[in-house]
Design a protein around this ligand. Structure first.
Ligand code: NAP
Length: 249
């Protein structure tokens, strides 16, 4: 991993932040992306490795291609792309759900991930190597009540990952996905629009995964030997059986 270039979207919080720490510990140089610049700066100051900070909204196609299409020469050859940026917005039945929430999830979790991938691919194709690791979710394997559009977005990530693996098969580029269950991050705070009480309830009476648990699994995927691709990894807290059954005793 030493001196490899690893690009992480959504590095300003949660899983992305912990993943940056895990890869920095291995000596990787990091391109850290997110919308909150001050968070990225704070993270960068903590890391004993070279970093490049990029602030853009993954939903903004022009900004994605302007930012990632003109990387400085020494950062151009991204070895590992970790497509982590994403969130849930709301937890409502289709009948009463907010359309802006739907747009945020489809535009960010799905189209944003696709734009970033497309922007990074040309140099990987040129060098005939690289690894793309997408953050799916258990919500992309099973649909849970009121998960409708968030689940749709993560099913799309799963399908896109499989399609990308097929398309890039002749090019020697690895494509993997990791699908975590419940992880204690700012995820629920964002989903419930800052309602901390409601967010805290999601993690009550259960030992959720920590961001570091997911980061360690992402590192495991990235460190597999060249001939091995960990294509699809579902990572659950032990007390969670699937997308909607958890032991909260
Ligand atoms: P988090 O703490 O809320 O972090 C989300 C990250 O994504 C932030 O760094 C945020 O950065 C970035 N992001 C969100 N929308 C963005 C946009 N439009 N443009 C650019 N960056 C954006 O949540 P997390 O739990 O770490 O989530 C990371 C990934 O894991 C997501 O894809 C999520 O769906 C997935 N996941 C989470 C869980 C869970 O239980 N927590 C389970 C399965 C999968 P800025 O706000 O600074 O832009």
């Amino acid at each position: 991993m030493k001196n490899k270039i690893v690009l992480i979207t959504g590095a300003s919080s949660g899983i992305g932040w912990a993943t940056a720490e895990a890869f920095a510990d291995q000596g990787a140089n990091l391109i850290l992306c997110g919308r909150r610049k001050e968070r990225l700066e704070k993270l960068s100051q903590k890391l004993a490795t070279k970093t490049l900070l990029l602030t853009f909204d993954v939903r903004d196609r022009k900004a994605v291609f302007e930012s990632l299409g003109h990387l400085p020469k020494e950062w151009k050859n991204v070895d590992i792309l970790i497509n982590n940026a994403g969130n849930a917005h709301g937890l409502d039945p289709v009948q009463t759900a907010n359309l802006d929430d739907w747009d945020a999830m489809i535009d960010g979790n799905v189209k944003g991930l696709m734009y970033v991938t497309k922007a990074i691919l040309p140099n990987m194709l040129k060098s005939k190597k690289g690894h793309i690791i997408n953050l799916g979710s258990i919500a992309g394997k099973e649909v849970y009540p009121n998960g409708n559009v968030y689940c749709s977005s993560k099913y799309a990530v799963d399908a896109f990952t499989q399609g990308l693996r097929i398309d890039l098969n002749p090019d020697g580029i690895k494509v993997s996905a990791i699908h975590p269950g419940l992880v204690h991050t700012e995820f629920s705070e964002v989903r419930f629009k800052g309602d901390q009480n409601r967010a805290d309830k999601v993690y009550e009476r259960i030992e959720a995964l920590k961001a570091k648990d997911v980061a360690d699994a992402i590192l495991y995927i990235a460190l597999a030997p060249a001939k091995v691709n960990i294509a699809d990894l579902v990572l659950l807290p032990t007390r969670q059986a699937n997308a909607y059954i958890s032991n909260r005793k």
